[in-house]
Design a binder for this molecule. Structure first.
Ligand SMILES: Nc1ncnc2c1ncn2[C@@H]1O[C@H](COP(=O)(O)OP(=O)(O)OP(=O)(O)O)[C@@H](O)[C@H]1O
Length: 248
């Protein structure tokens, strides 16, 4: 049983606009992410997955409610402190956080450490590089890599700083199934062997089955939770949600 908390939120709400055009993207969400666990967030398009992840990661500000990374409350934290906290304790595997094209694979992986002015723990970085299978590509530039290899670099970059938590947004979204499987196994290994904590948004029941649990969102609320998910179970719950638009 995991006891410490990597991230959490209480009463998290986010609305856009006002009056008749108001959109409730998040509606009083409460969540606890235990350290060393892998959580998948799923739900129909527009259900609030990205908004939830951005608010949990300190990339977006909720309209009301509170969010914590570890025991630090991030809601209300001034921008400079939030930037520092993200840099030191959060890893991202987002499409928007692309690799730097002019840097080599190795330089991209150690970039967050360089920015933070942190000493590079070379044996740790080597372990991560071996884990992601990029040892023979370190001098290459991102343009010389396949999409799957690039995504593995993004994962290695996120793991290199040993962040308290990694947020991954559709990490296998643009990949063929073999590369996608590599990435998911890698993330899973990070949790199992490195005690990494991961939160991943996905639309894919197979990807979600690598997680320890799946949280289903609908209309900005967590409406269902699946422990020890299998692709079939996730698929069935998604289908019922799509049909009913309500909890199962
Ligand atoms: N900047 C914005 N302005 C207005 N409405 C927004 C904005 N960002 C998101 N929304 C709305 O908030 C709701 C939740 O959006 P969000 O992107 O979190 O959903 P999602 O579940 O990640 O969707 P998808 O699976 O399609 O990426 C949607 O109805 C969306 O239209």
């Amino acid at each position: 049983m995991k006891t410490s908390t990597a991230a959490s939120a209480s009463n998290l709400s986010k609305t856009y606009g006002e009056g008749v055009t108001q959109v409730v993207a998040l509606d009083s969400v409460a969540i606890r992410i235990a350290t060393g666990t892998f959580t998948a967030i799923m739900g129909p398009s527009g259900s609030g997955k990205s908004t939830l992840m951005h608010c949990l990661a300190g990339l977006d500000t909720p309209t009301s409610g509170q969010a914590w990374i570890g025991d630090t409350e991030i809601t209300g934290l001034p921008d400079d402190k939030l930037t520092l906290l993200r840099r030191e304790r959060v890893g991202f595997v987002f499409q928007a956080f692309n690799l730097v094209p002019t840097l080599s694979v190795l330089e991209n992986i150690t970039l967050p450490l360089d920015i933070a002015g942190a000493a590079v723990d070379r044996s740790w970085v080597d372990e991560v590089i071996t884990t992601v299978g990029l040892a023979d590509r370190l001098a290459h530039r991102p343009a010389e890599l396949s999409g799957g290899q690039r995504q593995r670099v993004a994962c290695a970059r996120a793991l290199a700083t040993r962040p308290a938590i990694i947020f991954a947004d559709e990490p296998t979204g643009n990949l063929d199934s073999r590369s996608g499987t590599d990435i998911l196994r890698l993330l899973r290994r990070g949790v199992d062997t490195l005690d990494q904590t991961i939160v991943m948004v996905t639309h894919d029941p197979v990807a979600a089955s690598y997680a320890d649990r799946v949280l289903m969102l609908a209309d900005g609320r967590i409406v269902h939770e699946i422990a020890d998910p299998t692709p079939g179970l996730v698929h069935d719950v998604l289908k019922r949600l799509d049909r009913a638009g309500t909890p199962c």
